[in-house]
Design a protein around this ligand. Structure first.
Ligand SMILES: *Cc1c(COP(=O)(O)O)cnc(C)c1O
Length: 386
């Protein structure tokens, strides 16, 4: 063992691979339930897009969470894992007809609708089945999350959601349609948000919108505030469980729910990021004129976040206790963006050493590709390796 890794058990496994600490995942889910279970009208849906590994999904379902899906494939995976259809919400700007039909056939809890044309298609497809679809309008609250520009979603310029000024007209329009029933409002302002002020700004905006609804005598059963809570990529050992108390307290204190209204959350990253690491083997140490490179067998096909968002992941050499040296850690793919970290300190690293790229449980394995005809990484849980 080094840290929490069963290094001996790793030796025979083909690298690169993902390793998930299920004990940490269970503790994380317990921390979520500890904060939310006393509110009987609060519901947490896991954002399946963060990681759809079936073993993790099963643990998340067993903890009682619902599923937040953004594709028909995610609905299929969620149903297969045993998530109740009454706990499935379905979002996305571009839902295909087959995906809407699947949602209708499975009687999912709610479609989070992002445009009028989509609303009309849902109405038509529901009519063909003699059903009434529950829908919530995803509103763009124009609340800027202080995070990477590629992962903000709640600004007026983003493609997501319906403008706030259109809220009353779209609800009134939907009231004319016989095969949709408006049950709520949906929001999601972005990802990797650590400033509770951003969630507070969302609460204030929802409070204003609810006042406006009241002036029009519109009552909605559900408010869905999306997800977005971030994790500490710098300190995965010190802070393995996100500050769910601060997050949920913000909503408890700042959001004014109407009597009987229920509140829905859609957390992805905060649930699974810290329990996962990408394990990769060092192939070569290449000493250049000014720096040295640790060339590893994982690349951005296995974990794309550093290349896509300049994301930081802490890296540890779990095979070495030698004094640290400075390295650029790079992958084998024929693209200059295939870099995991620059100028970082690692215990002196040699060919064959295993490196753990930490906090990789969210938007890691699920975003893997076969570019360069590479094999997809496998995923093991700590239960698999007992
Ligand atoms: C991606 C997404 C989430 C989850 O975001 P995290 O930052 O992983 O918590 C929730 N809701 C919607 C609609 C999403 O698209």
């Amino acid at each position: 063992m080094k840290g929490k890794f069963p290094v001996e058990r790793f030796q025979t496994l083909r690298t690169p691979f993902y390793y998930y600490d299920t004990e940490l995942l269970r503790q994380t889910l317990q921390a979520i339930n500890a904060e939310t279970s006393r509110h009987t009208n609060w519901h947490v849906h896991y954002a399946v897009k963060a990681n759809a590994n079936p073993k993790l999904l099963r643990i998340i379902r067993e903890a009682g969470l619902g599923a937040d899906c953004v594709s028909g494939g995610e609905i299929e995976v969620s149903l297969k894992t045993g998530f109740q259809s009454s706990k499935i919400v379905f979002a996305g700007v571009g839902k295909s007809d087959w995906e809407i039909n699947l949602g209708l056939d499975s009687d999912i809890f709610c479609f989070n609708v992002e445009s009028i044309p989509e609303l009309e298609v849902i109405n038509e497809l529901a009519q063909a089945k003699g059903k009434v679809a529950r829908v919530a309008f995803r509103l763009n609250p124009n609340v800027g999350a202080h995070t990477h520009a590629n992962i903000t979603t709640g600004l007026a310029e983003n493609k997501f959601g319906i403008a706030m000024r259109d809220m009353i007209p779209v609800i009134e329009h939907a009231a004319q349609l016989k095969h949709v029933q408006v049950v709520g409002l949906h929001f999601h302002i972005g990802s990797q948000i650590l400033d509770m002020g951003d969630f507070q700004a969302l609460c204030n905006r929802i409070n204003e919108l609810q006042d406006e609804l009241e002036r029009h005598r519109i009552r909605l059963e559900h408010i869905n505030v999306g997800g977005g809570l971030g994790v500490d990529y710098e300190h995965p050992n010190r802070l393995p469980i996100p500050d769910f108390k601060a997050y949920f307290d913000t909503y408890a204190k700042k959001l004014k729910l109407r009597p009987g209204q229920s509140l829905h959350f859609e957390l992805g990253r905060a649930v699974v990021a810290q329990c996962g690491s990408l394990l990769t083997r060092t192939l070569y140490i290449k000493k250049g004129a000014v720096k040295q490179f640790a060339i590893v067998d994982a690349g951005f096909t296995d974990l794309i976040r550093p290349a896509l968002y300049q994301a930081y992941h802490k890296i540890e050499n779990i095979s070495s206790d030698e004094a640290t040296e400075c390295y650029d850690v790079v992958g084998p793919i024929c693209e200059s963006t295939d870099v995991f970290a620059k100028q970082i300190d690692l215990n002196a690293t040699h060919r064959g050493d295993l490196l753990a790229i930490r906090s990789a449980g969210a938007y890691g394995e699920i975003m893997a590709s076969q570019y360069n005809c590479r094999r997809l990484p496998l995923g093991y849980t700590s239960d698999d390796l007992l």
